[in-house]
Design a protein around this ligand. Structure first.
Ligand code: DGL
Length: 273
């Protein structure tokens, strides 16, 4: 099937999922849309996140996508069910794949999860983990300072280390977890800092790999896999600063991104701002 696969996120975080998707599905063309101008979604009310997410989805439907990946935990927590019930194409989020990967990794069934305020307060991870195995104990922590730091391109160095260390302190106190889920797709960009802070005994899980595996299975099941051997040219769209987006994307992918365009999702709101 020649059609592209759509990937959405509130900003650059979904690139961590996109990289894994491109690695596991090298024949597929991806169109990535990051709503960088309105990032972060984490502290926003649920109805607003839903509206923004639908605007991204409508934009990508115009591009005739054959599958949608919601590469944002906050948007997944608030809109996945609605999108799956409404759209005629397969829709995948990142929470279930992340939860499954954590269950596979954990030996003692004590799992930690860090994410945005929205994701943590929605309890989407505890609900998903306990639906699979009710004996799992889950400890969640919102890390509101991580996304602004990552969106501004601070991915290492003393300042980043200090922010990570201060933020994660409450999670380290007396906790017996052996697995920590990065419940925000931005966080894999600072996984090295989180791992260093939590220590080598804790498995730090990003959902990208498992999400890509699920996408691959669903494409195969629906007969939607790309045939032929053409090399896809992926397209990237951002609603915000193009240079910042390009810098993060180029540091994350092996080769510089080729197509990057600025889009406006909500002209009425933009002119009011
Ligand atoms: N990437 C988003 C997520 O996974 C977080 C960024 C935001 O707060 O918008 O939840």
């Amino acid at each position: 099937m020649q059609q592209p696969i759509g990937v959405i996120d509130s900003g650059v975080g979904g690139l961590t999922v996109a990289r894994e998707l491109m690695r596991q599905l090298p024949k597929e063309k991806f169109i990535y849309l990051g709503d960088t101008r309105r990032c972060p979604y984490g502290p926003r009310p649920k109805e607003q996140v839903k509206r923004y997410t639908w605007q991204m989805v409508h934009y990508l439907l115009e591009e005739n996508i054959k599958m949608l990946i919601v590469a944002c935990n906050t948007a997944t927590a608030y809109t996945l069910q609605e999108l799956q019930q409404t759209l005629a194409i397969p829709v995948i989020g990142v929470i279930e794949p992340g939860a499954r990967a954590a269950i596979k990794s954990s030996q003692n069934k004590q799992i930690g999860v860090i994410g945005t305020e929205g994701t943590i307060s929605s309890e989407a991870y505890p609900k998903t983990l306990k639906a699979i195995d009710h004996s799992i104990s889950v400890d969640g922590l919102a890390c509101p300072s991580f996304v602004p730091m990552i969106e501004s391109g601070i991915l290492s160095g003393e300042e980043a280390e200090k922010i990570v260390s201060t933020t994660l302190k409450p999670l380290k106190k007396g906790n017996k977890m052996d697995t920590l889920i990065l419940g925000c797709t931005h966080y894999p960009l600072i996984k090295h800092l989180v791992q260093a802070e939590m220590g080598v005994d804790i498995q730090v899980i990003s959902s990208g790999e498992e999400t890509a595996r699920e996408a691959s299975l669903i494409l195969a099941y629906h007969g939607l896999l790309q045939q032929g051997n053409s090399i896809p040219v992926h397209e990237f769209y951002t609603t915000g600063d193009m240079e910042k987006f390009r810098n993060v994307a180029n540091s994350w992918f092996d080769a510089p991104i080729q197509v990057l365009e600025l889009v406006e999702l909500d002209p009425i709101q933009s002119s009011a701002n």
